[in-house]
Design a protein around this ligand. Structure first.
Ligand code: 1CP
Length: 341
């Protein structure tokens, strides 16, 4: 009996959609905070396979989600490429910016990036056998555009301005950086699949900041290249793409990228997406994570509305973006009760 998540990704319409949550292992959970404290800091947690496996499994024990997602971060790829990375407590990740031709030239080759990230594959090898029989294991990476925005700015920015400036003013340099990231990401995801990831998700969190022509070139095209290469190496492994903020451009993305499932943010309605996106295959989403903070009757009515809107086709229930640290863990039980009845 195939796992529900994998059935939905294969295009099956299930009476109860499989469910998991972006950032399901995170600071809203007291057990996560305890393990993170034990690890010392965020990066030590990512590179400690035993503790990373533990936090990957925590939300499965508490909620019996249909999928576990590898605990790691999209910024480990830039770090393995050679960018200095550190986390500032209470603020977030910081990278030493990579913007000069010589710096891009000096980035490590994809095979070396793959090798350096081996603790991450060890986490997957530990999690796989520890999962319940029905629970799928998801690997992931950032999409090249989103990863590039962090590598160029050195941090999260409100408008991804530095990356936009570079792609406009120095397109050849920008393309060279994108190519290095894309090559490394292919190797990283390939190694995750070999270590037991049953599907992989590509997070393009800042896709929505790209204007239409640049969207095709910098969001769609590199994702398509990654998926084509993964499909050549692992034909049966489904890929989820998350071009966050794509808006009307969500329509047609499954065909354009070759993804088996398109993850939706909360800025498109489920009713619109059922008509325009789900007709091409599986969709994932798209409850506003704010409902897990506020709770109340709206949490249940919104959850039911989304389930009903997508009931006519393959659907993986999820949030429109990650659960936030201020969410109430009990609200997750309420959401699950509304989905699973
Ligand atoms: O304090 C902490 O414990 C760190 C918070 C945290 C966590 C729990 C960060 C820092 N990363 C993660 C884990 C993580 N990141 C996962 C694990 C699996 C899961 O449970 O979902 C995943 C899939 C990510 C992916 C990620 N990291 C993205 C893409 C998805 C998204 O949220 O848009 C991005 C943009 C990042 C960068 C990042 N890492 C962490 C933070 C706070 C940020 C955002 C920084 C910024 O934009 O300013």
């Amino acid at each position: 009996m195939t796992k529900p998540l994998l059935r939905a990704l294969a295009g099956e319409t299930l009476p109860t959609p499989p469910v998991w949550m972006m950032r399901q292992a995170g600071r809203y959970l007291p057990e996560y905070k305890a393990t993170r404290a034990q690890a010392g800091d965020f990066l030590s947690l990512c590179y400690n396979p035993e503790l990373a496996a533990e936090v990957t499994l925590q939300p499965i024990r508490r909620y019996d989600f249909d999928a576990a997602i590898l605990f790691a971060d999209i910024l480990l790829v830039p770090q393995a490429l050679g960018a200095e990375l550190w986390f500032v407590t209470g603020e977030g990740p910081r990278l030493a910016p990579v913007t000069e031709p010589a710096q891009i030239e000096a980035l490590r080759p994809a095979a070396e990036v793959r090798e350096r990230l081996s603790p991450i594959y060890e986490t997957l090898r530990l999690v796989g056998p520890a999962l319940p029989a029905q629970t799928a294991l998801i690997g992931f990476a950032g999409a090249p555009w989103t990863v590039a925005t962090y590598m160029i700015a050195g941090r999260g920015t409100p408008d991804q301005g530095p990356a936009h400036e570079m792609r406009e003013k120095a397109p050849e340099l920008f393309d060279a950086l994108m190519e290095r990231i894309t090559d490394a990401t292919i190797e990283y995801l390939d190694a995750q699949i070999e270590a037991g990831a049953e599907t992989v998700k590509i997070f393009d969190s800042w896709a929505g900041s790209l204007p239409a022509d640049a969207f095709a070139r910098y969001s769609i095209a590199p994702i398509r290249r990654i998926i084509a290469e993964l499909k050549a190496r692992h034909p049966g492994v489904p890929v989820i793409a998350f071009p966050r903020g794509a808006g009307a451009a969500y329509e047609g993305i499954a065909h354009a990228t070759g993804a088996d499932c398109i993850a939706l943010d909360q800025f498109v309605t489920a009713e619109w997406a059922a008509e325009h996106v789900q007709r091409d295959g599986c969709v994932q989403g798209n409850l506003d994570p704010a409902h897990l903070v506020s709770g109340g009757p709206e949490l249940e009515t919104e959850t039911r509305r989304i389930k009903a809107a997508f009931a006519g086709g393959p659907h993986v229930f999820n949030l429109g973006h990650g659960i936030t640290p201020d969410a109430d863990p009990d609200n997750v039980h309420r959401m699950l009760a509304a989905i699973r009845g």
